[in-house]
Design a binder for this molecule. Structure first.
Ligand SMILES: [Zn+2]
Length: 542
């Protein structure tokens, strides 16, 4: 009897072993990047979030409360590239939204590609985009390769770069918004023509119905206790508006400046509605292999830049995004099945508080003008080296020198950089300045030294890094805000995983943006991306 029992147990063991021989993966992975989402927005507005959006993520998922960006500059294209490659500008090549090609001196847009044509744009020159400047694979590329290209990968955003870079080189499609037509468009890099369901979505003119009642607050305006009063001098004004106050007459403003739609919470609504359409159009989550949809909610960034983190506008934008996310998650439960999909939500960067807000409360913060600094430096360098324009620009918190001129005139570049740095260190706005070819010899403290090293790629970076004091913003951000620095207000981001095989919990241990892609790769049993320097975060695994 015992013998029979042992044989039975052994058979069950063998059979269950066979049952596990197919790799267990979710039907669909979603990577949601909320543009310019500071980590503290999870908690500043927590009391007013509903149960289905951010609270659902925190209550059902695993939150990494201490996730830091580990490079500079903290800009959109760089963040999206890092999240999906697990790599940094020094390796993946995306050093900013735009950079100076150091070998030719020309300005390059991160996803610009004149070898491809736009599909659906009103102006044919818009939308000529591809991921070709990205020098490594993404986790989405790795999924495609791991499944012999049975997996489908699509990227969606209002911004071209935030749709294209996450979806990687081998994506089935990437779609972004063309302001002139109000349509979602793509490029010939991905396909010969737009799928018919994209035309159908565009024909609905959804933007017009989303803005038909203008932008009012979701709740009575006197209940917005987490924000400054609605009208203050450090908020920007939408084109055509006299004051930065509710209600924002978007319906009228849109007629003259269609781009204004981006600076409303309805840009996120439109993005998630289009993402739902993409799931149907590509039948994501319905095929033999795991599919991957990347979504960037960009309106949070536009609203943040215009009105700043302490505005009623940003609070309202997050309360509305919370509702849009709840709707989207419940749609995924219905379409894909609860527990069958895996999502991670993070941000490409944070943002500083507005200068006016800081100064009102006696907190440190001032404005600087990079161009004035460049002009002063050029004058000083001229008297010593005999040329009036050795520095071309102060782009991306770095100084770009005219390398060809310096070479042609046989000038001493090391001496030029030393003089520049000596002068910079005397500036009131400057905390430190380093020669990017000699970072290791610098006196930068950690983690800034590593962040600067990770952000430097010779062909696409300036030659001197300028680190400004905490709270100092470029003067174009006199109203609203900006980002791009190493400081925690720009570099501390949310990171929450939820759904298929994800444990519930919270951790305060330090993780980096570069750890996101290898964690997803580990969950999916696929190779990590080709330039990955991060490590999988193991707590997340059930
Ligand atoms: Zn961004």
């Amino acid at each position: 009897m015992k013998k029979w029992f042992a044989v039975l147990c052994f058979s069950i063991f063998i059979l269950s072993g066979y049952a596990q021989q197919t790799i267990n993966r979710p039907k669909l992975v979603l990577g949601i990047v909320v543009d310019q989402m500071r980590w503290d927005y999870l908690y500043r507005f927590y009391d007013r979030y509903g149960n289905g959006g951010f609270r659902r993520l925190l209550q059902e998922g695993y939150s990494f409360e201490n996730t830091m960006i580990n490079y500079v500059p903290s800009f959109t294209a760089v963040g999206h590239s890092c999240i999906f490659t697990g790599s940094v500008p020094a390796i993946n090549g995306i050093t900013s939204n735009e950079w100076i090609d150091q070998l030719t001196g020309t300005r390059v847009y991160c996803t610009g590609d004149s070898s491809v044509q736009s599909l659906g744009a009103e102006n044919a020159e818009d939308g000529r985009m591809s991921p070709r400047n990205l020098l490594v694979t993404t986790v989405t590329d790795e999924l495609r390769m791991a499944t012999n290209f049975q997996s489908k990968v699509v990227g969606v955003s209002l911004k071209d770069r935030a749709a294209i870079l996450p979806a990687g080189h081998s994506a089935n499609g990437a779609f972004w918004l063309d302001d002139a037509s109000g349509n979602f468009i793509s490029s010939s890099y991905y396909m010969k023509e737009l799928p018919s369901w994209v035309y159908k979505f565009n024909e609905q003119k959804r933007i017009l119905s989303l803005i038909k009642n203008d932008w009012n607050t979701l709740y009575p305006i006197n209940t917005y206790k987490q924000s400054d009063p609605d009208n203050n001098p450090y908020e920007g004004r939408l084109p055509g508006e006299n004051a930065p106050v509710f209600p924002h007459r978007i319906k009228d403003l849109y007629q003259k400046s269609p781009g204004v739609f981006r600076t409303t919470p309805f840009g996120n609504t439109l993005t998630l509605e289009f993402a739902a359409r993409v799931i149907d159009g590509y039948q994501l989550g319905q095929g033999p292999a795991t599919d991957f949809l990347t979504i960037n909610c960009a309106s949070t960034d536009y609203v943040g830049h215009m009105f700043g983190p302490n505005s009623v506008e940003i609070e309202d934008t997050y309360l509305r995004l919370d509702q849009d996310l709840a709707k989207f998650f419940s749609l995924l439960d219905d379409k894909i099945g609860k527990g069958q999909w895996l999502v991670f939500l993070t941000a490409d960067h944070g943002a500083a508080h507005s200068i006016g807000f800081m100064q009102k409360h006696n907190l440190p913060g001032e404005l600087f003008t990079a161009q004035y600094l460049v002009d002063d430096l050029n004058r000083a360098l001229n008297s010593k080296f005999g040329d009036p324009k050795l520095i071309l620009s102060g782009l991306n918190y770095q100084l770009n020198f005219d390398l060809r001129k310096i070479n042609d005139k046989h000038l001493d570049f090391d001496a030029i950089k030393r003089t520049t740095i000596d002068l910079l260190l005397r500036e009131r706005s400057v905390n430190n300045a380093v020669d990017l070819s000699r970072i290791a010899e610098s006196n930068l403290p950690e983690p800034i030294k590593t962040m600067v090293t990770n952000g430097y790629y010779f062909k696409r970076s300036g030659s001197v890094q300028v680190i400004y004091h905490s709270g100092w913003l470029e003067s174009y951000a006199r109203t609203g805000t900006t980002h791009g620095t190493w400081n925690p207000y720009d570099a501390h981001i949310p990171l929450i995983f939820m759904g298929w095989n994800i444990a519930q919990g919270k951790s305060n241990h330090l993780v980096h943006m570069t750890d996101i892609a290898p964690t997803i790769a580990a969950l999916l049993h696929i190779q990590m991306p080709s330039g990955c320097i991060g490590v999988p975060i193991t707590e997340v695994l059930k």
